[in-house]
Every structure is written in structure tokens, then in C-alpha cells.
Design a binder for this molecule. Structure first.
Ligand code: ADP
Length: 315
């Protein structure tokens, strides 16, 4: 079963390639709106049972075509969203459906509300008179600009994540020169790094190639390098290196406690004592979805105060 909360309301569907459905528990029947009669009549007829359930039908047909799928996915069924976890036990696939609670939705809207509220306060203060003071006007316009950027980044991240977990992104795999990609990213990040005197090191061998979707890999690496700079100390280092089938992004920064290690890949999770550093809490969820989509794994090794390594195993 998944590492996620498993409760009485979890819908469980077990499938195998030959017969299609093997087991559907009561909660799954309720979620999917299948009556006992309908189920018995059409148990072996996937297309009949799934008619009208487009997202589930798409997911199952991908499974049966042996396509690599993200282990986590989000499905919309009859207007309700579900977190869907996939696991495989020999030739059987286990799909767990957990309703996304209001708490998850709250989190998403809360994150959106914050920059909107800040923009509103800044505009109101300008209207109330600050606009007549040239210094304040400049200061508030700069702040408005950065809040608008934050909102745009947040919406972009939410959109990318939603596309990734809904499976509407098709992998376009090519041989990617990762060493070259990292060189470019280091160049783009150099201004941000210089501000904190952080040394960026590309230790990948020339022509280090991975078969990957170029855009998605670029996105994941940019996120990890950006985090390694953001959560670093002054005069720190960030190194990208390949060791024994692993691509590693290593930094000398704040580190991550054991307790937080299990949570940082969750959507919107941010470590409490560093929320003043700008971010959406979505970066690592995106990275994890991209890694999952490639059939790779990612883990984090870290010691508080000493630094962090994100280890992507690509073999
Ligand atoms: P954010 O937008 O907040 O950076 P992420 O999903 O990228 O969101 O990361 C989640 C949290 O994990 C961050 O808020 C940060 O506290 C922590 N984190 C991520 N990368 C690092 C790192 N390299 N070193 C220390 N902490 C990190």
C-alpha cells in the first residue's frame, strides 16, 4: 500500500492486465457510483464500467498499455477530486482513491490569498495618499511588482503540477546533455548566487547524457538548484554531481530535519522557521512528479546546519 493515509473511505481497485478488474471495494463502488448489479454485469468490461469516467478510463488504459505512470495522480470524478496512488504487486496494480479534503483546498486558496491581500493593502495605502509621496510611490510600486510576480509564479506552479499529476503531460524523451544543461542553469543562477557569495560547481563529466524529457528535466534541475541557493548560507557551495547511477544536487545550507524530510515533497509544505524566504511550497512536489513520471526516484539526505543532497536515481 502507499505511504499515504489509508482509511475507511479509501477506494481500492485492483487490476491485472488479463482480466482487468480483480477487486473493487465498497468505498470505490460508492466513489465511482457503480451499483452491485452494474458491477456484476460488467465486471470484465472496463469500457462499459468506465463510460463517463474519462479520467479513470484514461488512467486505466495507460496502465494496461504498460506506460510508466506517476505513482501519485489526481482524478476528478463527479465533481470531487481524489488523490490517486498507484502501486504494483507482481502482475497486479493497486489503485487507491482518497478524497481530497477541504483542508487541502484551504491550503491552496490560502496560498493564493496571501499575495492578493498584500496587493490590496498596498493599493489601498497608495489610494489613501501614499501616491503623493514620490519615495513611497516608488517603494510600493516595486513591492506590487514583486507580489504580482509571486502570484504569477504560484499560479504557474499550480498549473504545471496539476497538468503533471493529471497525466496530461506526455513525456517527450530524448538524449539530453545534462552537463551542458547544468552549465546554462549555473550561468542563469549566477546573479542570485553572487548576492550570497555562493560557489556553483558543475562536477558532471562532459557529455553526461540522460534519456529524459528536456523541458521537464530542466524544470526539475532549475528548482533544485534554486532551492540549494535560497536555503544556503553566505559563502556556501552548490554542487551538481553524478555518482553510481545517481544525479545529486548537494548544498552546504540550512539542512532539513528528519521530521521535515518526509513532508517537503507534499504540496504547499514549507518549513516553519524559513517561510520568510520566498517560495510557493510547490517546487519539490513538481520535482517529485517529474522524477516519478520518468520512472526514477528521488530521496533527500541532510543534516541540520550542514547541508542537503537531493539524490535522483535514474537507473
Ligand atoms: P519552496 O517554494 O518553499 O521553496 P519547495 O517545495 O521547493 O518549496 O520546498 C519545500 C520546503 O523544503 C522549502 O520551503 C524549504 O524549507 C525546504 N527546502 C527545499 N530545498 C531545500 C534545501 N536545499 N535546503 C534546505 N531546505 C530546503
Amino acid at each position: 500500500m502507499s505511504e499515504n493515509t489509508y482509511n475507511l473511505h479509501t477506494g481500492i481497485i485492483i487490476l491485472n492486465k488479463d482480466q482487468g478488474f480483480v477487486l473493487i471495494n465498497d468505498s470505490a463502488q460508492k466513489i465511482l457510483g457503480w451499483s452491485e448489479h452494474e458491477l456484476q454485469k460488467n465486471f470484465r468490461d472496463l469500457s462499459k464500467l468506465c463510460s463517463g469516467l474519462d479520467s479513470l478510463a484514461k488512467l486505466i488504459s495507460k496502465l494496461l498499455r504498460d506506460e510508466k505512470l506517476p505513482r501519485r495522480s489526481e482524478l476528478a470524478i463527479a465533481g470531487q477530486f481524489y488523490n490517486c496512488y498507484l502501486s504494483q504487486d507482481r502482475d497486479q496494480y493497486i489503485l487507491e482513491l482518497n478524497p481530497i479534503t477541504y483542508h487541502d483546498m484551504d491550503e491552496a486558496t490560502h496560498e493564493l490569498k496571501r499575495p492578493i491581500q498584500n496587493i490590496k493593502t498596498l493599493v489601498e495605502t497608495l489610494i489613501m495618499g501614499a501616491k503623493n509621496d514620490q519615495v513611497k510611490l516608488d517603494e510600493y510600486l516595486t513591492k506590487l511588482n514583486s507580489e504580482a510576480d509571486r502570484l504569477a509564479n504560484l499560479v504557474q506552479d499550480m498549473l504545471s503540477l496539476s497538468r503533471l499529476i493529471n497525466g496530461s503531460v506526455d513525456l517527450n524523451k530524448v538524449d539530453v546533455d545534462v552537463a551542458l544543461m547544468v552549465d546554462k542553469q549555473i550561468e542563469q543562477a549566477s546573479n542570485r548566487a553572487q548576492g550570497k557569495h555562493i560557489k556553483l560547481i558543475n562536477s558532471l563529466n562532459k557529455n553526461f547524457i540522460l534519456n529524459a524529457d528536456k523541458k521537464l528535466l530542466e524544470h526539475a534541475l532549475a528548482n533544485l538548484i534554486d532551492n540549494a541557493i535560497k536555503y544556503n548560507r553566505d559563502d556556501g557551495t552548490v554542487e551538481v554531481v553524478a555518482e553510481a547511477g545517481n544525479l545529486i544536487i548537494r548544498d552546504s545550507g540550512l539542512g532539513i530535519s528528519d521530521d521535515d524530510k518526509s513532508k517537503i515533497f507534499e504540496q504547499f509544505y514549507r518549513i516553519k522557521d524559513r517561510v520568510h524566504i520566498q517560495g510557493s511550497g510547490l517546487g519539490l512536489s513538481l520535482v517529485k512528479s517529474i522524477v516519478d513520471l520518468h520512472g526514477w526516484t528521488i530521496k533527500v539526505e541532510s543534516k541540520i546546519g550542514q547541508g542537503t543532497s537531493f539524490v535522483i536515481s535514474y537507473q
